[in-house]
Design a protein around this ligand. Sequence first.
Ligand code: 5GP
Length: 116
Amino acid sequence: MAEETIFSKIIRQEIPTPLLYQDDLVTAFRDISPQANSHILIIPNKLIPTINDVDQDDELTLGRMITVAKSLAADEGIDKNGYRLIMNCNQHGGQEVYHIHMHLVGGQPLGKMLSI
Ligand code: 5GP
């Protein structure tokens, strides 16, 4: 059984965090430590620790994460100039919170994709 992270508490609003979106499958809120002018996290309500733990039953949820990201990008006014969606996996991917999440970042030029 995977251990809950702070994100489960945010989903249940046990830690009050303004939500930008929530439905039966996903929740979105601003990153506490933004790396760009716009930095939003879109997460599944179900605890999935890493992308390695995703299975076929999660396909609807993963698709919803993208359609929600698209809508939030439009709400933020960053859709026309563009943005980046990022999902980190495990140590080499730089994952810090073990509840999968999609970073929506934009609002400025983001440069090259990788800096190693
Ligand atoms: P990762 O490195 O796992 O891909 O990204 C985790 C992200 O979660 C980081 O960008 C970090 O700033 C964000 N984060 C960690 N704890 C909290 C929190 O309590 N509230 C919010 N809003 N974001 C958090």
